[in-house]
Ligand binder design. Structure first.
Ligand SMILES: [Zn+2]
Length: 441
């Protein structure tokens, strides 16, 4: 069966000014990206106090070629903390939406958007979703959407443009009630955070949703565990699409096509690079490194070479859908997320996710590492459906004991496992990470 081409290709073709009859070429896209980069650097330097200082030592127009980008300075998440206003390029009265992110280090960072910026996101959601839903369908959004400019609100506005009804449900607090809403509302598509959607699929009521009612699912996050994708697709027998994005990107970054392998990126609005996190140099195509992006069209707060901390690679092979847009592979982890034990053993959330979520009955979990009598203990608090606690807890311990990356550390005695099971769901949206308590001990 032919894989339909990602709708993003035609959308991007129009955005960069090509005619309907023209074929998009990498050359035309690069040409557009260089022009937008030049505009963005000039704009940021003349409007943002932060970039005025950062770029001061450079020639006024430092970019003659896309390759020149690799010699320009980065922006880090740390730069945004405490001094977000220094990035602002418009007057505060032109800001339509502020998103303040609580970081793990407890220093908040704020992102600013104008109405024009929000429109770019709506336009991306509109075209991205057009490969996932059809006119006349209904989408239940398991994310916040009360406030104007919030992700749910933007998605509803995007869906409205193709005659699809979006319904904001908010985060799942009680899976039974959410399933009831899916049934009563004849919902065709779900959009949510991976663990939240998993909690519905694994709930007894969720499994009773008639086959064919849910026709597609979109999981949106910075990192989507494969075990969750597989389970959701299997329970509801429907395609599960993944979206990669973060607030800094203007919420949207890229979305899968029907080939379900890699994210096609918003290349008219964002320019992505993969760099070696140690040297800062670009890695050869196909190799894993840190994801870095530059905004090409943002007004309130353009970001130049922003280091995401996410690890991934470009997939060099062409996509079966036939597009010439780039494909970013699944995020493999966070640069700062790994916890290190004796003898260099490392552990990160993606390692744990694939093992823990493959155990039936798991809704969510938290992981922490603490030291006791000179040894590291990994404590997992797993959330399971009420009534199944003991067995599921044991199954997780067993699966972890078998996992390749833990087996050796446990056998050598440098790590002790400790699993505790709780009934019910603890609805949170914060990025999951392994909490390392050893620093405070
Ligand atoms: Zn594709």
């Amino acid at each position: 069966m032919m894989t339909p081409m990602t709708p993003l290709e035609n959308w991007i073709k129009r955005k960069i000014g090509l005619q309907e009859t023209d074929r998009l070429s990498r050359q035309a896209l690069s040409h557009y990206q260089l022009r937008k980069l030049q505009e963005t650097f000039a704009y940021a330097r003349s409007h943002s106090p932060f970039y005025r200082t950062l770029l001061a030592p450079l020639p006024y127009q430092p970019l003659q070629d896309l390759d020149d980008l690799s010699s320009l300075p980065f922006t880090t998440a740390d730069d945004l903390c405490d001094q977000s206003l220094q990035f602002l390029c418009v007057s505060q009265s032109d800001v339509a939406r502020v998103v303040t992110l609580q970081t793990w280090e407890a220093r908040p960072k704020s992102l600013y958007f104008t109405d024009e910026d929000l429109e770019l996101t709506i336009d991306f959601f509109h075209h991205g979703m057009s490969g996932i839903v059809q006119a006349g369908q209904r989408v239940l959004i398991l994310m916040p959407g009360e406030r104007p400019g919030s992700v749910g609100d933007l998605l509803i506005r995007a869906l409205g443009r193709m005659d699809v009804q979006g319904i904001v449900h908010g985060l799942v607090q009680d899976p039974r009630r959410t399933v009831q809403e899916i049934l009563e509302g004849r919902v065709d598509c779900l959009v949510g955070i991976p663990v939240q959607v998993l909690s519905l699929a694994r709930h007894g009521d969720g499994a009773r949703v008639p086959r064919g009612l849910i026709k597609s699912v979109l999981l949106s996050s910075d990192y989507v565990p494969q075990a969750i994708v597989d389970e959701v697709a299997q329970v509801w027998r429907c395609p599960v699409f993944e979206h990669y994005g973060m607030t800094e990107m203007g919420l949207g970054g890229g979305v899968q096509c029907s080939a379900h392998k890699g994210y096609h990126l918003r290349e008219a609005d964002l320019l992505f690079e993969i760099i070696d996190p140690r040297t800062g140099q670009p890695v050869p195509d196909g190799e894993t490194g840190e994801v870095v992006f530059t905004t090409l069209t943002r007004k309130a707060m353009p970001l130049l070479r922003y280091r995401t901390g996410d690890l991934a690679r470009f997939i060099p092979e062409p996509c079966p859908c036939g597009t010439l847009l780039k494909r970013l592979d699944r995020i493999q982890g966070r640069l700062t997320g790994a916890v290190v034990f004796d003898k260099g053993h490392q552990l990160s959330i993606p390692d744990l996710d694939d093992v823990v979520f493959s155990v039936p009955g798991i809704l969510d979990y938290q992981a922490e590492v603490y030291g006791k009598e000179g040894r590291a203990h990994l404590r997992l608090k797993v959330h399971v459906e009420a009534g199944a606690s003991k067995e599921v807890g044991d199954a997780v311990s067993e699966a972890l004991g078998r996992a390749r990356f833990l087996k050796k550390a446990v056998a050598e005695g440098s790590l002790v496992l400790d699993t505790m099971a709780f009934g019910g769901l603890d609805a949170g949206t914060a990025k999951r990470k392994i909490v390392d308590l050893r620093r405070e001990e």
